[in-house]
Design a protein around this ligand. Structure first.
Ligand code: SAM
Length: 246
C-alpha cells in the first residue's frame, strides 16, 4: 500500500543504519534522495539497488508532485537525505505534510541524528533542549537570532559549518555571556571529538587552531538563573512594599 517512509541514514559511521532501514530500502518501489550520487554509494555499499530519484531544496515543488503521484498510484517511497534523519535541517517537511494531507501513511524509520547524538554524550542537561538548526550566515542576523534565544532556559543545539565556528563562538560569547558549551565534531567518525568548556576558552582554542575540519554541532548551556527582579515584577513588589507602609 502507498506509504512514505522517512528513513534515517548514518551521520558518518556506516554501521549506524538500522536493520529495519536496510529492509525498507530494499523493499520500496522508489527511493527519493537529496543527492543521488552521494546516496548511491551508501546503497551500493549495502547491496541495495532500487530506482532512485532526487528530492532536494530547489526541486521540491516539482519532485514533490512526482513523488505524490507515485504514492497515489499505490507505490511505496523511501525518503533519505545525505546524512541522518530527513527533515531535520534537511529537505522533507513539505513532502511529509503533503503526503499526510492526502491520507498517505507516513512511517518514520528512526536512526542517527547529529543533534541527539551530540546531546547524549555532551554532559549538558538533557531534560529540556531547543534544537535551533543553522544560524543565519550574516553576522547581524546571526547575532539577532542568538539574542532572541539567549533567555531560553534550555540547552541550545546548533548545526554549524566548520568555517564559521570561530565567528559563531565569538558571537555567542558576546550575545549570551560566558556559558558552558560543547562542540561535537565528526560524530561517529574516525576523528570524533568533544570540546567542552566555557565559551571564552573554546573560542580562544578554536581561534588558535590552524583549521577546523569536518562537521560540527554546538551545544550551549541554558541561560543562568537571574536573581534580580525587573520591570512589572519590580513595580508590583514596590507597590506592595509601599502599601504595607513598612
Ligand atoms: N539531517 C541531519 C541530522 O539528522 O542530523 C542533519 C543535516 S544538516 C544539513 C548537516 C549538519 O548536521 C552539519 O553541518 C553539522 O552541523 C551536523 N552534523 C551532521 N553530521 C555530523 C557529525 N557526524 N558530527 C557533527 N555534526 C554533524
Amino acid at each position: 500500500p502507498a506509504t512514505l517512509y522517512i528513513v534515517a541514514t548514518p551521520i558518518g559511521n556506516l554501521e549506524d543504519i538500522t536493520l529495519r532501514a536496510l529492509r525498507i530500502l530494499k523493499e520500496v518501489d522508489l527511493i527519493a534522495a537529496e543527492d543521488t550520487r552521494h546516496s548511491r554509494k551508501l546503497l551500493t555499499h549495502f547491496g541495495i539497488s532500487r530506482p532512485l530519484t532526487s528530492y532536494f531544496d530547489h526541486n521540491q515543488a516539482l519532485k514533490g508532485e512526482y513523488i505524490l503521484e507515485q504514492l497515489r498510484d499505490g507505490k511505496s517511497v523511501a525518503l533519505i537525505t545525505d546524512a541522518g534523519t530527513p527533515c531535520i535541517s534537511d529537505p522533507g517537511y513539505q513532502l511529509v505534510r503533503d503526503a499526510a494531507a492526502e491520507g498517505v501513511a507516513v512511517v518514520p524509520i528512526p536512526g542517527a541524528c547529529a543533534a541527539v547524538t551530540a546531546l547524549s554524550a555532551s554532559g549538558l542537561p538533557t531534560d529540556f533542549f531547543t534544537f535551533a538548526g543553522f544560524l543565519p550566515n550574516k553576522q547581524g542576523k546571526r547575532r539577532e537570532r542568538l539574542q532572541a534565544l539567549a533567555a531560553e532556559k534550555a540547552v541550545l543545539i546548533f548545526y554549524e559549518s566548520p568555517k564559521r565556528l570561530q565567528a559563531t563562538l565569538a558571537d555567542m560569547l558576546e550575545t549570551m555571556g560566558d556559558r558552558e558549551v560543547v562542540v561535537a565534531r565528526e560524530l561517529t567518525k574516525l576523528h570524533e571529538e568533544f570540546m567542552r568548556g566555557p565559551l571564552s576558552r573554546l573560542a580562544a582554542e578554536v581561534a588558535e587552531r590552524e583549521e577546523i575540519r569536518g562537521e560540527v554541532a554546538i551545544l550551549v548551556s541554558p541561560a543562568p538563573e537571574v536573581e534580580s527582579v525587573e520591570g512589572p515584577q519590580m513595580e508590583e513588589l514596590l507597590k506592595r512594599y509601599l502599601e504595607s507602609g513598612e
